[in-house]
Design a protein around this ligand. Structure first.
Ligand code: ADP
Length: 405
């Protein structure tokens, strides 16, 4: 399975062996369209279940890559050099990450003209992401029209959210006409992590209620009841919800009118402010949690306040989703910050013993790349660290769809 994540200026890919989920190659083409593009390709020799095993030598090429067409062609050449070109009989399908699938795409979907049109129709609600995803799919189709191409949508896992949680309390006709509602994102990660958390507890996903906290540069929370998503923090776009690396998360919508009227800012300027210059970077100038913690430890008050705002929002969502679920079996931390930042996990759960939530300090400090519990032995609610693996999940969903075709 070849998994492709085609972004606005980069293309990431991974080749996986579906016999055991082992990774055979990973690669990245960065700064597409700029003068200093770079391709990095690493052949790997497996290690089952999402493992990378021991790596081969990374090959790096610095040369201009003008567009996504050229990027995917360059990636295909690297794969072909390792004996796994896009026309290789062993390559069964390609799985594409597609950010916005609207309400229609509730499952991984085999791509045809009709599906391409619908992804295109969703561009107004995902103007940064869907066009880049589409470019990746179209190039792949051109390179090998016979290879099945599957779209795996970031929104799909959230399509089960009940109407009362998905609908904003604004005029129904306006909302419907412009498809304004909560879609949610990071769904592939929330699906994977909630399932892995149930496995970690030794229980079937259908029996377990989990709050998943996906804390990367983008961040979102979800409430998953018995394997089914019932609430998530991102909304029409990935701007809503938690404090993120550069995004504000929740604000009063009137902040926008205020800045337009009083500060004379344009809609595009406010868009950039809230998406790119807010969150942790807006609060303290840094969006890397490692650097923020270093500054906090050195007594930097600006960084301390940014950390407190970040954690306060997280705690509000934990409390809210506790109320949504009624009974919580586990809180799972994932993605760059969730997997690596013991201080964030500690602060997010501190003082919540009344809800059955706590971390064991020694377990919380341990570092490991496998799913693990960080709550005390007798905890009522498990607190887990579960590394996410969106590529493996996309590969598995793609494989499940095409293996019978
Ligand atoms: P993306 O949303 O870009 O996929 P990731 O899930 O890779 O993001 O998370 C990136 C973020 O994870 C970084 O910006 C940084 O804040 C955080 N991070 C990565 N490693 C560590 C670490 N060792 N300790 C604390 N935070 C970390």
């Amino acid at each position: 399975m070849l998994v492709l994540n085609s972004g606005s200026s980069s293309v990431k890919y991974q080749l996986l062996d579906m016999a055991d989920g082992a990774r055979l190659a990973t690669g990245l083409v960065e700064r597409i369209g700029e003068r200093t593009s770079r391709l990095t390709h690493t052949p790997l020799n497996g290690g089952g279940d999402g493992g990378s095993g021991s790596g081969g030598e990374t090959r790096t090429h610095d040369a201009p890559v003008p567009d996504h067409d050229a990027a995917l062609k360059a990636a295909a050449d690297e794969l072909a050099a390792d004996g796994m070109g896009l026309d290789s009989p062993e390559l069964a399908a390609m799985g594409h990450r597609v950010v916005h699938g609207g309400r229609r795409f509730t499952e991984p979907t085999l791509i045809d003209d009709d599906v391409l049109k619908e992804i295109e129709r969703l561009v107004p609600v995902a103007p940064l992401h869907n066009p880049a995803n589409l470019r990746g799919i179209r190039t792949a189709l051109a390179l090998n029209p016979r290879l099945p191409q599957v779209a795996v949508f970031d929104t799909a896992f959230h399509t089960t959210i009940p109407e009362y949680a998905a609908r904003y309390a604004i005029d129904v006709r306006t909302a419907d006409e412009h498809r304004v509602r909560r879609y949610g994102f990071h769904g592939t990660s929330h699906a994977y992590v909630s399932r892995r958390t149930a496995e970690l507890l030794g229980r079937d996903p259908s029996e377990v209620n989990v709050i998943v906290l996906h804390l990367g540069n983008g961040a979102s929370a979800s409430a998953v009841r018995g394997g089914v998503c019932v609430e998530t923090s991102m909304g029409l776009t990935p701007l809503e919800g938690l404090v993120m690396g550069t995004r504000s998360g929740d604000t009063d919508p009137a902040v926008i009118f205020h800045l337009a009227r009083v500060a004379g800012m344009s809609v595009d300027e406010i868009d950039t402010l809230l998406n790119k210059k807010s969150g942790l970077v807006g609060l303290c100038g840094d969006n890397d949690m490692r650097e923020i913690r270093r500054r906090v430890d050195a007594g930097d008050e600006t960084a301390s306040l940014a950390f407190d705002i970040y954690v306060h929002r997280l705690r509000k969502y934990i409390g809210a989703y506790y109320a949504v679920l009624g009974r919580v079996d586990a809180v799972a931390f994932t993605a760059g910050v969730g997997e690596n930042s013991a201080p964030v996990r500690e602060a997010a759960t501190a003082g919540l013993e009344g809800l059955g939530l706590a971390v064991d300090p020694a377990r919380n400090e341990e570092r490991a790349a496998v799913p693990r519990l960080v709550s005390p032995e007798d905890a009522r609610v498990a607190v887990a660290v579960v590394p996410t693996d969106e590529e493996l999940e996309i590969a598995r969903q793609t494989y499940a769809l095409v293996k019978h075709v």
